[in-house]
Design a binder for this molecule. Structure first.
Ligand code: HEM
Length: 155
């Protein structure tokens, strides 16, 4: 069920990119997101003083922390399909490349990457010391493997 829900969201993400002035955000693999990327974002970014909150443009729901239903905030239970879908769409949005032909130039990678390693600067500090960091490489591999957007998004 979760895979199907996320696949539907992936199809919807592709449609956000039309030629009426909106920005086409990358359609990235929702299942790799759920299995490999979400756990990293939850652990490294999801703290309530960081991105585990509603007032950050990049906000992350995670078990035991920020939840869509405030009554569930500190419950250690899996995210709902809707929360996971929101995290996925948010991460795809910040995976938008800032320099053409350089997928790794996106804020999702460049913000937490240390400035000494080419990062863009981040009030949250250096989460990843350099590009050899295993977590950085997991998120980068996801960012660099977009799915083909659905037909209607290519028109
Ligand atoms: C791998 C983990 C992390 C990722 C992927 C990440 C990503 C980002 C992104 C994309 C932004 C720009 C959008 C926004 O303002 O929300 C940002 C900004 C910010 N982040 Fe993080 N972050 C991470 C960890 C953290 C942590 C641990 C903290 C707190 C200690 C933090 C605090 C902040 C703050 C205060 C800003 C706004 C100021 C700025 O733009 O530098 N972040 N981060």
């Amino acid at each position: 069920m979760r895979g199907v829900a996320l696949a539907v969201v992936a199809a919807l993400v592709g449609c956000i990119g039309t030629d009426d002035g909106t920005v086409a955000i990358p359609v990235l693999d929702p299942l790799v997101f759920r299995e490999d990327v979400q756990p990293i974002l939850a652990t490294r970014c999801g703290n309530p003083t960081c991105h585990g909150r509603a007032d950050r443009p990049f906000s992350i729901y995670s078990a035991g922390a920020y939840r869509a239903d405030p009554a569930r905030t500190f419950l250690d239970e899996p995210l709902t399909p809707e929360e996971l879908a929101q995290n996925y769409i948010g991460a795809c949005g910040f995976a938008l490349e800032l320099e053409s032909t350089s997928p790794s130039s996106c804020e999702l990678l460049q913000k937490p990457l240390a400035i000494d390693a080419g990062g863009m600067g981040h009030l949250g500090g250096d989460v990843w010391i350099d590009e050899r960091d295993r977590e950085y490489r997991t998120v980068e591999a996801w960012v660099r493997a977009p799915l083909d957007p659905p037909e209607e998004a290519r028109q």
